[in-house]
Design a protein around this ligand. Sequence first.
Ligand code: SAM
Length: 292
Amino acid sequence: MTRYLWSERIGPGYIHGYEICPLYEKRTKFQRLLIFSNEQWGKGLILDGIVQTTLGDEFIYHEMMVHVPILARNKDTESVLIIGGGDGGVLREVQRYKSIRRIVQVELDEDVIIACRKYLPEICGDWNDKRVELIIGDGAKYVKEARERGEKFDVIILDSTDPIGPAIVLFERPFHEDLAAILKDDGIVVRQSGLPVTMPKVMPFIRKRFLHVFENVSVYMAPMPTFGGEIAFVAGTKDKGLSITEPKREFSGRYYNPSIHKSSFTLPNWWRDLIVNFKDDGKVPVETPSYW
Ligand code: SAM
């Protein structure tokens, strides 16, 4: 198969180069989608010029997004809302829990799901599972309407793209107010919050937005080599007494274990400085440096 040199502009003047075999390409209604294969990282998904997931490191990201909130809760989790997550990796990890009876996933772009099902089945969870309600639509709209209906979730996972294009709405203040309204008092929300090394404002911005609506907010990290370094996650709960940093039950994944859970909340000083020095001008930081 012909190989092409493809690159992602990770930061200003900093490019990750891949030799890729394109497997599928489509300009969807919302974004430009590319599925590729690469010798080092295996198959992967690119949206609007930004690597979203690869077989080589997806387990780190997906396990940390799912097991940290679920295992930090004192109770068994019964209901989960996933916003975004069209590659199905978060769904796959959520489905490991027998206690979960209801999984709602709201993904904007059906083409992402169709392509990932076909080309990245190793990553995808099972959308045919009777517990899953898949809704193709905007996550912000769903959350607003769920609030009006009085629905509540134990765990909410925001696995959306970076703050560009259709994902921007998920970074606005009204979205966070609706989000808090649909989280149970002892529930936990987690959101992928970009790479502080290349998007220094995104994590402190999300943390501020979370602090507006949640009593108890923590930041944790995981290494994501194809993203360009360590990714930040922000977790929030209304329960002041709940220690998100402490796993309450045993679980062992490929990356996740209870010690990793605890240690991932130990932040380097320069991340703490980003948090302390962050000035909120009210604008969503659009820092993603991709070519698109
Ligand atoms: N791991 C990824 C990353 O690093 O950014 C995220 C993966 S997942 C593929 C992101 C998904 O969020 C995309 O499929 C995109 O269509 C979806 N998305 C973006 N904006 C959305 C919105 N407003 N509502 C629901 N889904 C959205």
